[in-house]
Design a protein around this ligand. Sequence first.
Ligand code: SAM
Length: 328
Amino acid sequence: MRDSFGRPITYLRVSVTDRCDLRCFYCMTDDPEFLPRRDILDIEELARLCRVFVRLGVRKIRITGGEPLVRRGILDLLRPLGAEIGAGGLQDLCLTTNGMRLARFAPALAAAGVRRVNVSLDSLDAETFRRITRGGDLATVLDGLAAAKDAGLAVKINAVALRGINDDGFDDLIAWCGGEGFDLTLIETMPLGGLAASRASQYLPLDEVRGRLARSWTLTPSDHRTDGPARYWEIGETGRRLGCIEAMSHCFCATCNRVRLTAAGALNLCLGRSDSVDLRALLRAHDGDAQLERAIRAAVAAKPEGHDFAIGAGVAPVPFRRMYQTGG
Ligand code: SAM
């Protein structure tokens, strides 16, 4: 599938639930609204949609949420998808998680065909972590990471850069990731819902972060690319990579290859836009996939050229959709 700007769409992010066992303050309110259960696709529906996307040319699927490991039956989705890898269609199945349940799930994930997990970990300081996640326990995540390593999963750590909140901890994260053999990706905060004022004051451009890090680390720009939006630097002292996802300061829409499916079956063509196409209604109305395929092709053809994110005092955030609702 190509969109009207000639971009091949090969990467699907699938949210399997909007529920989460953490409450990161930049992602959710402390009393988030969740979808009614009847609106959430069941595992067979999710699997059917994934298969349709793979038939249409998707080669990489990332399972996300909410928190994907709180979704009951998640392994029943991952196993058949994992079994498809290498059969000519799907090439890569990965998962983004907060790590809280990794200790329990890591061996089963590996057995299901997941090879890589991205673990969101914004701070190695237990108190900062607890504050950001509104109650999360750092030790539980670290146990989960150890289990992921033991299970042979490749691990990448993702941290959102928040001025005045966790930006004194990036040196520790780099050193620790080096020791553990993990790559690290820093992410600029995006204005998805929430208060414009706090977003603006917490927004930290990653050019500035790299400038600070360069005092302690040898950062060399790297040609390394994945299917994702990060740019990479080699860290001389650790031999690991630093990825930077700069949605705000270095727009990467021109190479976007992604679409997102929410847990309710809404297809979002762009993280920074609030419109979507309802695939659930089609899925439930028809036994065959022809209508779904037509709707997906039409939606992809109409994928917007780019997001219209803006951040700053007085700038309204993108209305109503937060990351846990879309799928991060
Ligand atoms: N629960 C899983 C996790 O923690 O990775 C998957 C879902 S979570 C919504 C996915 C990612 O979105 C996390 O890395 C989180 O930090 C990031 N995120 C949430 N809100 C964000 C925002 N406004 N700007 C940038 N990243 C955000």
